[in-house]
Structure formats: C-alpha cells, structure tokens
Design a protein around this ligand. Structure first.
Ligand SMILES: [Mg+2]
Length: 297
C-alpha cells in the first residue's frame, strides 16, 4: 500500500547532512524554477518536475500550510498562480508570492508613496495595488520618487538606468526584486535581469540596495506571516544554495535541497555552513515525510 502522494511507507526525509534532529516544520515554502518546474524560455511554457503536482495536492488535502515564492517578478501573483494552475499545480492566488508582494507591503509600511519601477507592468502591479503611486521611465516626473524598484526588465535601456540614478541622487532609496545572477530553465542558466540592472545603478550611485526576494529576511518574514507560523518552523524547499538555503539558514528555518535545478548533489555537499541544507532530497515527494512524518503511510 502506498502512502501520501504515492510515497512508499517508510520513505525518509532526504539525506541528512547536518547533525541533530530536523526542526519541526509547520509550514512549507517552495521555490518555483528548478524545484517545481522548469520554464521553457523559447516556448513560454512550463515543464513540471517529477512529484510537483502530487506533493502540492497531498499538502492541500491535509490542509498543511504551503506557499510558493518565486524571485520572478514579471507577473502579478494572481496571474502567476493562474498560469501554474493551468500547468497542473494546485496553487491558490494567496499562496503565490513574488518579490513584488514583499516590496508592496514593505514600502507601504515605511511610508513610501511614490516609486519608479524598472520592470514590466507586472513588476509594479502589486505596488500599485498597495496604493503606491508607480511611475515608469519616460513618464512625467519619473525621477521624483521615494524609491526605485528594480525587477524583471528584459527591455531595460540606458534611459532607465539614468532615470534611476537621478532619482537616487535626489534621495530615493533603491530596492531590488532579486539579487541572483541566474536561475534554472530548460535551456540552462538564464540571467537575472535585476541583478545586472542593479549592478549598473550601483556603479553610478554607490547606493545600498534592499533586496525584497530571496535570500532576504524580508522575504522569509513575509512567508512566515503568510503561512501563520514562526520563521523557525518554516521548511524552505529550493534548488539554489545562495537563494533558498542561505535564506533559511539566516532565519533559523529548515533548508530542504532538491537536485533538479542549478545544483547537483555533490555541489550541495560542498556548501559552507551558512548555506548548507539540512537535508538533500532525491525525490521531491520526500518533502511529505519531512513535513507530515510517517503518519500518512
Ligand atoms: Mg530555483
């Protein structure tokens, strides 16, 4: 008889590479690219990774709290959730988090009223929904803002960089969706646009940048609040040591590593302590054992 999500009874929670018992996991955060799916940049579609639909379905059936956090900022969260549902992943709108979700809350709390967005219209959507006046390069008074927010922006040009620099020289603070140089797709490594754009802006202005997506604690705190659990009880499932496991370690959460994205098992084993996962999963479905124990078998 098979157990939860098709798991054979007695399936372990991955390979332990950290001494000591696994902290109790009361809510799960899944990375998207390289963990649940690989996007196909040329076709604009998704290829689900093995076990992704089974795991999310099993968690939903058990009412076990989970969210998805992508560093991709091109789509508003609800639109992204709908695309994933169309690919077969049971993800409610409220379970989909992007760096723009984090940025909208962070900026609204800090009294930021107007922001220059370097990104697609999707990047600024969550900010506008939170009541922040969003402007884009070329619009009137685009450099007269409290903040510059950089996200997915494949068409970024020098006018964008220049407007951002002018805004920062006039006192605006710099925020970025992501600080990750590349992520996993079916075509291999794909560059993170905001990483490159922020590099150019900082070369000009030397402004500090506040990262809203992974691996920032702003993102993990947001995730924990959305899950309704303490950060120490979040299980962070991801494929990238400098993204998910670094964030988990920073926040005292549990890092669960998959080998379906940017990082091989050998590479995981070589990670220094600050980004070493607690477990390496050979099959995503092992997450169910980590989170729900053996009771499902
Ligand atoms: Mg990833």
């Amino acid at each position: 008889m098979s157990g939860l999500g098709g798991l054979p009874p007695g399936t372990a929670c991955g390979t332990a590479i950290d001494n000591g018992p696994l902290p109790q996991i009361k809510g799960l955060m899944f990375d998207v690219d390289g963990t649940l799916l690989l996007s196909d940049r040329s076709l604009g579609g998704y290829q689900l990774l093995s076990g992704a639909a089974e795991v999310l379905t099993a968690l939903r059936e058990r009412n076990f709290p989970f969210v998805l956090l992508t560093n991709g900022s091109n789509y508003p969260p609800a639109e992204q959730a709908a695309k994933l549902r169309g690919s077969g992943l049971p993800v409610a709108d409220a379970q989909m988090i992007t760096p723009s979700s984090v940025a909208a809350e962070h900026m609204a709390r800090r009294g930021i009223r107007r922001a220059l967005v370097l990104g697609t219209r999707g990047v600024g959507h969550a900010l506008a929904e939170a009541g922040i006046d969003t402007v884009y390069t070329g619009e009137p008074r685009a450099a007269e803002v409290d903040a510059v927010y950089v996200g997915w922006h494949p068409q970024c040009g020098m006018k964008d960089i220049e407007t951002a620099a002018q805004a920062i020289w006039s006192g605006a603070r710099l925020f970025s969706a992501s600080d990750v140089p590349f992520f996993a797709t079916r075509q291999g490594r794909t560059i993170g646009y905001s990483f490159a754009i922020v590099g150019a802006i900082r070369r000009l202005t030397r402004a500090p940048v506040t990262v809203m997506g992974k691996p920032s604690l702003h993102a993990l705190r947001f995730v924990a609040r959305r899950l309704g659990v303490a950060m120490a009880h979040v299980g962070v499932v991801g494929d990238d040591p400098i993204v998910e496991s670094l964030m988990a370690r920073r926040g005292g959460a549990t890092a669960l590593a998959v080998t379906t994205g940017t990082t091989s098992r050998d590479e995981w084993l070589r990670q220094p302590q600050q980004r070493r996962p607690h477990r390496i999963l050979t099959d995503l479905r092992e997450v169910l054992t980590c989170a729900c124990g053996q009771t499902a078998a």
